[in-house]
Design a protein around this ligand. Sequence first.
Ligand code: FA5
Ligand code: MG
Length: 422
Amino acid sequence: FRRHQSTATPTPSDIPVLGKSYPTDSHTNITPTIISKLSQRLHAKEGHPISTLRGLIESHFPDYAHLSSVSPLVTPYENFDSLSFPADHPGRSKTDSYYVNKDLMLRTHTSAHEVGTFRGGKSRWLLTADVYRRDEIDASHYPVFHQMEGAKIFGTDDASVKEVEADSKRLEHELAISNIVIEDVPHITQANPAQASHDPRHAEITAKNLKLSLNSLMYRLFADVAGATKEEPLQVRWIEAYFPFTSPSYEVEVFFRGKWLEILGCGVVLQSTLDRAEVADKMGWAFGLGLERIAMILYSIPDIRLFWSQDPRFLSQFTPGKISTFKSYSKYPASYRDVSFWQPDGGLHDNDVYDLIRDVVGDLAEDVAIVDKFTHPKTKRDSMTFRVNYRSMDKSLVNEDVNELQNRVISRLKEQLGVEIR
Ligand code: FA5
Ligand code: MG
């Protein structure tokens, strides 16, 4: 009887998305939760950290076109084929991407708009948008997030190339801030080659201009990042990467809360992309920034899920146009304990301590930070102080609870890592 009732409910053959109706098919996998995100446009919401960050980056590239109202619905051709993704690329599958139907999907990255934007005649532009991936969910991954694509293309005649070199010279001069250290990789290597159709000298000049442009942005954005000092600078590193639509390609990672957090991908635009956009006589670079990841670093936001919070305790903390340090909230109070110890012979990796604490107290450790580090002038032994911030989401921890948790951490530090408590 029940079965009868449920089969009587017809499967909808059309699905409403952003005010329009679309036919469904065997590819359709977009869910109500995801559909509800499509109209939110955090990157355009006054005062939201993602919107403020967009504005800051746009102001760093004043002579670029600033685009931010492009529909998330794209064709698989735009998202993949126009960027030379191979036919069997896993990103195309229903398990990785959201489809309205086989001919229409939610963009998985802002690169989906490269061909269209270049074809529209723009040669320097930034495009900010929500993107969608069937990804894992943890503190730094969410199925909806925001990217900003940036690109610059130019002619390969002598005068145009000289202009790019002059721009790089200017950028080299403005660089270097003492509380940030950026580790580089060679622009071009055998594993990360220039494209066959490019003059290798032009490829080198383009890659260098790309990296300097992004370094300049990072120096600007991270100049006042909380906790970075001359002695303990923010660590940033360039690494070689691979994308089907750039060569050479790179990613940038920032050391954040004990882990390397990837914040962007970029590279020299594949010539076939520019051919499709009918600007075959140009070459250039493109990047894709992960805005949540950068905002997490700038605002000290510990969990990517918070960006979607409707809680006034989240939203009321931010002032339009301003970076500020986020203060965690919960119904229940937090309480921290410090532990100081001498490192064992042979040293210790910060991550070993972070992992151990997670292992012992799980989610009750909301936050762990190194608050002091020094070497004893005579004995040369290294000391570290970790601060563990304890908070429960479902009860108030009393002093005894917190002491008991901290004692378990201390015992394990001694047993497992062989530290000597000070
Ligand atoms: C891309 O999406 C490329 N389109 C970037 C690019 C553009 C390369 C132009 C070359 C030229 P990737 O998948 O690595 O690359 O994503 C870019 C950034 O988005 C990542 O570095 C990360 O900061 C962010 N990101 C990726 N997946 C997630 C996720 N699930 N949640 C939050 N941020 C994410
Ligand atoms: Mg990546």
